[in-house]
Design a protein around this ligand. Structure first.
Ligand code: SAM
Length: 296
């Protein structure tokens, strides 16, 4: 790794973050060919890493959860800011190498690597307060929803996702890109886009654009049972997004358009409206009017 090449120059000039040379060296060392299946596009630009860490507002001493640390580009940026990092990585080679990379480039920092599928983790070795990640693009929404459901200690975060997904997560009702992910994300808090990221900072260069998306957790509007009922209604509404709700929700609200209309009216929602016009609280009102089970 380049850290060795610079060793003669003294500690101060040794790189603390990964640039193109270190990324190339590490990939070669591990025999890693990035796979599309795991969304492996590694950041090789220190400025981008520092920008993400700054946008996330990471403070020294706090515990940050990173999903998909890869070769460690963002991990090193988080550690440099003084955070303790819990990093969940599905690729065994990358998970095993990361502690070595960190020991060489930033000795004495606090990293715990968990070799696991982020979609399945329900326990972590710590209570992270912030999520900061360059997410694998093909599973970014399910990963986010899974983490928000299972780790209430996460109160804010910044993630890098495919641009379309980021705009959808942050969309408001009435927007063309407002969809099921927007409503489900809004259950947990408020979302905003926080800037674009050039394709050129990744290796390999992806064929999609990326954006940063930030969130602040809020008070969930209903119980866990109501959340599940609400999400099922959201899925049904957006599966047929062009249809009026009395049609799109007929299967899940009583089996007919008339039965669905009655529930919608009880919820104070116009049966002729469409899912794209409704806020998360409207969907919750529908779930409640339909008799959503309440948690014991
Ligand atoms: N954070 C690194 C960076 O910025 O260079 C790598 C980001 S890369 C876009 C996504 C990373 O997520 C890869 O390291 C990949 O192996 C990992 N990954 C993919 N699916 C995952 C999953 N289900 N759970 C945990 N990690 C996953």
């Amino acid at each position: 790794m380049n850290a060795h090449r610079h060793a003669a120059d003294g500690v101060d000039s040794a790189p603390r973050l990964l640039g193109p040379a270190e990324i190339r060296d590490l990939a070669e060392l591990l025999g890693v060919t990035p796979t599309k299946k795991l969304g492996q596009n590694f950041v090789h630009d220190a400025n981008t890493v520092r920008r993400i860490v700054q946008a996330a507002g990471v403070r020294a001493g706090e515990t940050v959860l990173e999903i998909g640390p890869g070769l460690g580009s963002l991990t090193l940026g988080l550690l440099e800011a003084g955070a303790s990092v819990i990093a969940v990585e599905i690729d065994r080679r990358l998970a095993e190498q990361l502690p070595h990379t960190v020991r060489i480039m930033q000795p004495g920092t606090q990293l715990t690597v968990v070799h696991a599928d982020a979609l399945r983790v329900t326990e972590l070795p710590g209570e992270p307060s912030r999520l900061v990640a360059n997410l694998p693009y093909n599973v970014s929404v399910p990963v986010l929803l899974h983490l928000l459901e299972h780790f209430p200690s996460l109160t804010s975060g910044i993630v890098m996702v495919q641009a379309e997904v980021g705009h959808r997560l942050a969309a408001e009702p009435g927007s063309k890109v407002y969809g099921a992910p927007s409503v489900k994300a809004a259950w947990y808090g408020t979302w905003r886009t926080a800037g674009q990221v050039s394709r050129m900072v990744f290796w390999p260069v992806p064929n999609v654009d990326s954006v940063l998306v930030g969130f602040e957790r809020g008070v969930e509007p209903g119980t866990e049972a109501e959340r599940r009922a609400t999400f099922a209604i959201v899925d049904a509404a957006f599966q047929q997004r062009r249809k009026m709700l009395r049609q799109s929700l007929s299967a899940v609200l009583g089996g007919s358009a008339a039965a669905a209309s009655a529930v919608l009216e009880r919820a104070g929602v116009d049966p002729q409206s469409r899912g794209e016009q409704l806020k998360v609280r409207d969907f919750l009102a529908i779930a409640r009017a339909a008799g959503a089970p309440v948690d014991a």
